[in-house]
Write a protein that binds this ligand. Structure first.
Ligand code: M6R
Length: 364
């Protein structure tokens, strides 16, 4: 049941800390503070490339994963939505890894891509919540996210659990490729282990998130902005808003705004910025100033240092706990999803069963 929550989505939002914590428990040896992977059919050191594919929220998790795998493990990464990757016929070196991400393990587009990646000689590694699924059976290696059942059509805790798996995987690959030593690994693991309690603190920001929701609920169009590893979190926020509130939302890399979408901006198009002070912050601030100068109303998710800088620019600020920039995307995904939920409450939409959508899309 819903355990006293109004919707499954609300319950599952509150399960973020547990989902992240359980996933870390599965992947980290508490004694050594090292990431433990299941046995791999390939050597990460000589891996030519990783091809990430997924749909919807799982795709945005994969997009964050690309930043981590590139920056930490220095791996060449290709990423695409499954319905495109499947038919793109990219040149693949046999021995590469096809990395599929799926909550259900049954999504038709992702499963079809799994099969075509296998046919192209790739090792198949999947990040799944339902491990005993079709994708689970057809994978060489399954990395389980330990999120528990997710009932709400809008993905919540499975998303942060996917991110957690991908972060830990990137650390393990970085170590295997000789790019970090034991101390480096322990430091990254420590910042991961810190996330569940920081995630709990996010729920203290309910009033600020509801102040944002009141503005967003009045809008017809909303722009989500982020840079670097927070850009996919902007995309996740825009998807969640579209899905459950039927408000049109678009995500842009903040630096790309001036190349087109800035012409949309006026008082009626709120701008939701995902901008911890630690990730390309000065550049994001100047992008937000450009929007502000054109009458845009800025709603910002940032930390205490970022909040100081954004006073006078942002109309509402959700002040997030301080975390290592490595784990920021995991933490910032949470309030962005809560915002969509709060807007849906104001709009009175069917949160758990949005129109036209199914939890698991098993047709192509
Ligand atoms: O089960 P999967 O993770 O493969 O599902 C992928 C997408 O259909 C899913 O993430 C969808 O976008 C959600 N409704 C997002 O909230």
């Amino acid at each position: 049941g819903k355990d006293g929550y109004r919707h499954y989505m609300e319950k599952e939002l509150h399960e973020h800390p547990v989902a992240i914590g359980q996933t870390l428990q599965r992947m980290i040896d508490p004694a050594t503070r090292r990431v433990v992977l299941p046995e791999l059919p390939f050597d990460p050191e000589s891996l030519p490339r990783v091809s990430i594919t997924a749909c919807g929220s799982a795709f945005f998790a994969g997009f964050v994963g690309r930043y981590w795998l590139e920056a930490l493990a220095r791996l060449p990464v290709d990423i695409d939505v499954a319905s495109e990757m499947r038919y793109r016929n990219p040149p693949l070196t046999p021995g590469g890894v096809g990395l599929l991400i799926s909550q259900s393990g049954e999504t038709a587009d992702t499963l079809g891509t799994l099969r075509s990646l296998r046919a192209a000689g790739q090792h198949i590694m999947s990040v799944l919540n339902v491990e005993h699924s079709t994708m689970g059976r057809e994978s060489d290696v399954v990395l389980g996210m330990v999120a528990g059942p997710e009932i709400s059509v809008a993905s919540t805790k499975a998303f942060t659990a996917q991110l957690t798996v991908l972060a830990a995987l990137s650390v393990a690959f970085a170590r295997a490729r000789g790019l970090i030593d034991a101390a480096g690994e322990q430091a990254l693991v420590a910042s991961l282990l810190d996330v569940p309690s920081r995630a709990t603190e996010v729920f203290a920001q309910g009033d600020a998130i509801r102040a944002m929701a009141a503005i967003v609920a009045e809008a017809r169009d909303v722009l989500y902005l982020g840079r670097g590893i927070c850009y996919p979190i902007a995309q996740e926020g825009a998807l969640k808003l579209k899905e459950i509130t039927y408000i049109h939302a678009e995500a842009y890399a903040a630096g790309e705004m001036k190349h087109g979408p800035i012409s949309l901006i006026d008082r009626s198009v709120p701008i939701v910025a995902i901008c911890p002070s630690t990730i390309l912050f000065d550049k994001t601030v100047s992008n937000l100033q450009e929007a502000r100068a054109r009458g845009g109303r800025i709603l910002a998710f940032t930390d205490a240092i970022g909040a100081e800088r954004l006073r006078g620019i942002a109309e509402v600020i959700v002040v997030m706990p301080d975390v290592d920039p490595f784990v920021a995307p995991i933490l910032y995904a949470i309030p962005v999803q809560v915002l969509a939920y709060e807007v849906a409450l104001l709009k009175g939409t069917d949160v758990d069963q949005p129109r036209n959508l199914a939890k698991s899309v098993t047709v192509e």
